[in-house]
Design a binder for this molecule. Sequence first.
Ligand SMILES: Nc1nc2c(ncn2[C@@H]2O[C@H](COP(=O)(O)OP(=O)(O)O)[C@@H](O)[C@H]2O)c(=O)[nH]1
Ligand SMILES: [Mg+2]
Length: 456
Amino acid sequence: MVLEGLGSSLRETIRKISNSSYVDKQMIDEIIRDIQRALLKADVNVKLVLELTSTLVKRVNEEKPPAGMPQQDFVIKIIYEELLKILGENSTLKLKPQTIMLVGLYGQGKTTSAGKLSRFFHKKGLSVGVIAADIHRPAAYDQLEQIAKSLNIQFYGERNEKNPVKIVKAGLEALKDLKVKIIDTSGRDSLDNELIEEIRDLKKSINPDEVLLVMDATIGQQAGPQASAINEAVGITGVIITKMDGTGKGGGALSAVAAIHSPVYFIGTGEHLEDLEIFDAKKFLSRLLGLGDLETLLETFKETNITEEEAEESMSKLMSGKFNLKDMYDLWEKFAQPGIIKRMFNALPLAKMPGSKQLESVDLDSAQSKLENYRVILDSMTYYELEHPDEINAKRIARVARGSGKSEADIRMLLREFKSMKNNLKALKGNRGFKKMLKNQIRSGNFGLDQLEDVG
Ligand SMILES: Nc1nc2c(ncn2[C@@H]2O[C@H](COP(=O)(O)OP(=O)(O)O)[C@@H](O)[C@H]2O)c(=O)[nH]1
Ligand SMILES: [Mg+2]
């Protein structure tokens, strides 16, 4: 995963802050140096690093934590907020009729992303067509045509035409009955005036609703100036960062996003057309920092109509390390709606991190029905078993299987997953920062919970 190096350094810093007994000037200097080093190592632009860290120092020195919030958590909160500014506001494409033009250099993933976006809109029930306006690479026409065919959507191209404006105008006319039109354009090996002029002309004459910059996550320091030049020429409205599944440092792409102040709409996470994710800056950053998906967790609590005290109590229990099957069952009863538990576990930190394979491997789509199965299994256990899951031996497993009508493998799976969940929760126990922060947020009921404009 791109940015994994940065993530692990930042998580280390967060841990350092949470574990410190107080925050003094020396501590702050050390944290700032750590953060600078981590960002520079990840290839984030030097100027951006200095700006970010000087804002951090200023805020940490000048601002006072709200009543009840420990200084350590406050510092973590400031780091979170300032990093979030780089990633930009949460924003994504609307599900409405529109023309989208994709721009970017060679090999960044424009044509593939045209296919991924088409699939995305198509799945949401909007008719889609693609237009091949990459006149530079002969193979681009075939590539896009083939993608369109595989998605069963309409394609427009003119194999021998060399004027992209002409092609796109004719294409928009030919596809005018479709809701969404996606235009794939030419790239170059490096940014030059010819490319800038080509996309500027195209933009001017067709006036698309969106101009999306497609950028490879593993791109280096040159990304910032390139993105700025393209932005000046055509006005980028959003970014798709591709190849997030790679192993690059990622700081170059981050710097570019910061330079053009455009939201990241999507990330590409593989070569296949389904490997496209709506980008959620807050969730992404929380996971990167190891803070867990605080927002999802808090929204989840909000939806349940349970009181804040109950929320706190549940969180404390979850993290006490003494969590047993009965607690899981009680929690289940309390939250009543099965979907909620699934989302809670999903939101917990570490679940997405290396080393917690069990949780990671839980297929989210089947998690719901699996949890419903679990409930049936838990119903067939005795109180003693619920409270002493470690003592559920083969004989007991066989009995519970018979009683619940599930297979012994199902029972074993439940016990295995329970154990792995418990271990993950135990790992959180020492994470003072997370726990306190979470409690505070639950208490204040507010963590910048502005509603996402979710297209789903
Ligand atoms: N691993 C991975 N590969 C990608 C992703 N997006 C595009 N690619 C690959 O990157 C290469 C260039 O993509 P392409 O769409 O042709 O780039 P274009 O020149 O900008 O149109 C192709 O081999 C794609 O399969 C992604 O998100 N992950
Ligand atoms: Mg292409």
